[in-house]
Write a protein that binds this ligand. Structure first.
Ligand SMILES: Nc1ncnc2c1ncn2[C@@H]1O[C@H](COP(=O)(O)OP(=O)(O)O)[C@@H](O)[C@H]1O
Ligand SMILES: [Mg+2]
Length: 238
């Protein structure tokens, strides 16, 4: 078997497993919704009579409700991740997608004392991209940056040409990552957050690599994190 064939076979097995995992997630999701719905109905019934016993039962139901919601979120992130959707790559503007994503968070940033600094090169060459998928991937990265700056900070987004294409830096002045996090951040389900899915970075990487791009992370505890994405720009598009 040639290297190419081995790779192809690996890829097929991977896609098979991803599909399987996706259907499993679906199968779990349905009964889970039924459980949560009935827990909510039960809570409504109990809330009608104010007794100490009912109060205690309600507190426990709230825990069940919250854990169900957490599982539901996890499953929907996972289903998005496992979906092996072929990309629709067309010439497009990275600046435009970055701007759209960042704009979504402008109100939240204003509220959380986060200053957003944009340096988007107006002469940036076009790249081949799938707008919707790349948008979702960048959203994960910006969300992580903001979540790392709970007590305010600065988010710098910068695009610039490189010798082979274009690049995007996302720099936050947040809490940064320790060594263990830096080693595991791209592993599915690895999270340091209460209620985190641990799928943001692995999904983003999968999407960026499907664009022939690369993602690099530099981080220092207490100082912040810099994420750099690089994409090739086909000569005929620039
Ligand atoms: N910008 C960042 N600053 C600090 N830590 C980060 C940043 N981005 C990612 N991380 C770390 O990587 C982990 C995995 O991120 P991710 O895959 O998006 O999952 P989640 O956000 O659900 O935890 C996070 O839990 C966090 O510890
Ligand atoms: Mg995340």
């Amino acid at each position: 078997m040639t290297e190419e064939e081995r790779y192809q076979r690996l890829l097929e097995r991977y896609e098979e497993l991803a599909t399987l995992a996706g259907s499993l997630a679906h199968e779990i999701n349905n009964p889970l919704s039924v459980i949560r719905m009935n827990v909510d109905l039960l809570a409504e019934d109990l809330a009608e009579t104010h007794t100490p016993e009912n109060q205690r039962a309600l507190t426990k139901l709230e825990i069940v409700h919250n854990q169900c919601s957490r599982l539901e979120n996890l499953l929907s992130s996972f289903m998005r991740f496992a979906k092996v959707k072929p990309l629709d790559l067309r010439p497009g503007s990275l600046n435009q997608i970055v701007e759209q994503v960042v704009r979504l968070y402008d109100p939240l940033c204003a509220q959380d004392n986060i200053e957003v600094v944009r340096y988007l090169d107006p002469d940036l060459p076009s790249i081949r991209l799938d707008a919707e998928t790349l948008h979702a991937a960048l959203l994960n990265l910006v969300k992580n940056a903001l979540e790392a700056m709970e007590s305010g900070g600065q988010l710098t987004v910068r695009t610039y040409p490189t010798p082979t294409g274009v690049a995007l830096d996302l720099i936050d002045t947040g809490e940064g990552m320790d060594n263990e996090t830096a080693l595991n951040m791209f592993k599915e389900f690895y999270t340091t957050k209460q209620g985190g899915s641990g799928l943001g970075l692995p999904t983003a990487r999968k999407v960026i690599e499907a664009h022939d791009g690369r993602i690099a992370v530099q981080s220092e505890v207490g100082r912040g994190t810099k994420i750099t994405l690089e994409f090739p720009a086909p000569a005929r598009l620039s």
